[in-house]
Design a protein around this ligand. Structure first.
Ligand code: AMP
Length: 462
């Protein structure tokens, strides 16, 4: 099957070819014809499946075909995403795939000045990619109106619900015309997602590719039992002895992410940490360094890693296991993309025996456990792993600062700052690139604590 057989128009086929893609991925095979036919869509697909092109290509074509002129401050297609990283990546896809079409697109999220975003929406946009909190700020300031929306995309809808955006989303939905096309993408079809879908989608095409647990089956996984005090040394040894050039390492907390990255760096292994306390500029730099090979090890928390677009990651290491077994599947899903071999290694200490058993239950597999010579684990660690005991599973966040919603500084309204970045651009431009900015920076999009399912406005966290 080729892209041209899916019914895509020439300017889009040309852009796809320029990206170097010749075969549509399974989600693209199913989503593109359904969206081109004008249907609503409910798709279960994670990052790495090619879902972004799966909705962006037919969305651009539908916009091109409907040929409506957009009024000032109006938008024709709205893509909502939970995090600014994902928003920036979707925005980049829109620009890449739409480069031969006369479309205006822009990306908006919190944590950067609102003024250029207000300028960008002034003339109206064909496509706006937005995080919900900042979008509501723009709406409240009169910079955007939703009454000309033809297509709505909710990307990583499950994550948006987890992050407490449901109220903003419902408000935005209520402001849109009833006649429109709705596309919903989510890693799972959990109960809350089905509920949202029922009210939103009209006789949708339902697509499920690579259900979560099958991710675990195509990735080679290994546990290295290890005493806590030796973990960084073992990680450093693994990187050097295996000559890993690009490895994503997960920690539970920002503090540990920093510690691991700093220690590796001191040991001569180039490393950077990426998490919610880092400025947007620092995160963009770390990611760029990782992509271009200057940084071998990227250490991330679960939240920071979501939405990172990194092609064909060969190696993932769980420096610490996540407290929630589902997060393990998300983490290792970052390796082994597009048919390439993936490898995931977990360093498991005495207090993580229970966690590894929960992961094995969820993924319905036994993960091979191997000692590393010179870093052998103590009897207690081995016993705990074998018996599945250790720290009790906790539901609450491990590092409260990771999940806390940073209060907006008194008297410092977002957007009061000055920035010369008037970002409105045609799809070929650089609209909406994350813009490094000094000063107070809100935390990134963060999962909500269990007790705060309906938090106050979440715009500070994008
Ligand atoms: P996504 O799941 O949308 O985040 O896409 C994952 C990665 O796959 C991105 O880096 C895309 O550029 C890439 N990609 C998307 N579609 C294709 C395709 N048909 N062939 C090869 N790579 C693709």
């Amino acid at each position: 099957m080729s892209f041209s057989s899916l019914g895509l128009a020439e300017p889009l086929l040309r852009a796809v070819a320029e990206q170097g893609y010749d075969t549509p991925s399974p989600i693209q095979l199913q989503a593109i014809p359904a969206v081109l036919a004008g249907r609503d869509l409910m798709a279960a697909a994670q990052t790495g499946t090619g879902k972004t092109a799966g909705f962006t290509l037919p969305m651009l074509q539908r916009l091109m075909e409907s040929k409506r002129k957009v009024s000032p401050n109006r938008i024709r297609a709205l893509v909502l995403t939970p995090t600014r990283e994902l928003a920036a990546q979707v925005g980049e896809s829109v620009r890449n795939y739409g480069k031969h079409l006369p479309m205006r697109s822009h990306v908006v999220f919190g944590g950067v000045s609102i003024n250029p975003q207000m300028m960008a929406t002034r003339r109206g946009l064909d496509v706006l990619v937005a995080c919900p909190g900042r979008l509501m700020d723009l709406y409240n300031q009169g910079a955007v109106r939703f009454d000309e929306v033809e297509i709505l995309v909710l990307d990583e809808a499950d994550r948006m619900l987890d992050m407490g955006f449901i109220r903003d989303i419902r408000k935005i939905l209520a402001l849109m015309p009833k006649q429109r096309q709705n596309l919903l993408f989510s890693a799972t079809f959990a109960e809350e997602i089905r509920e949202l879908a029922t009210g939103l989608l009209n006789n949708p095409a339902v697509i499920e590719v690579a259900p979560r647990n099958s991710t675990a089956e195509r990735i080679e996984q290994l546990v290295h039992p290890c005493d806590k005090a030796n973990k960084i040394a073992l990680l450093s040894h693994l990187v050097t002895s295996n000559d890993w050039q690009q490895v994503l390492v997960f920690t539970r907390t920002k503090h540990m992410a920093n510690r691991v990255a700093e220690t590796l760096d001191k040991n001569g292994v180039s490393a950077a940490a990426i998490h919610g306390n880092k400025s947007q500029g620092a995160r963009t730099r770390a990611l760029a360094g990782f992509k271009d090979g200057n940084v071998k090890v990227l250490v991330a928390t679960d939240i920071a890693a979501r939405g990172l677009d990194i092609d064909k990651l060969p190696q993932v290491v769980n420096f610490e296991l996540p407290n929630v077994a589902e997060d393990y599947v998300h983490r290792i899903g970052r390796t082994g993309r597009a048919g390439a071999a993936g490898h995931a290694i977990s360093l498991v200490a005495a207090d993580e025996g229970k966690l590894i058993k929960a992961i094995e239950r969820l993924t319905k597999q036994n993960i091979k456990c191997e000692q590393v010579a010179g870093f052998e684990a103590s009897r207690e660690t081995l016993d705990n792993i074998a018996r599945g005991i250790g720290a009790p599973l906790r539901k609450e966040p491990r590092d409260p600062s990771e999940e806390r919603r940073a209060p907006r500084p008194q008297g410092q309204r977002q957007g009061a700052g000055r920035s010369g970045n008037a970002g409105g651009a045609r799809t070929g431009g650089n609209a909406g690139k994350p813009k490094p900015q000094g000063g107070q920076r809100p935390a990134e999009g963060a999962a909500k604590p269990a007790q705060a399912r309906r938090p106050r406005r979440a715009s500070h966290n994008q």
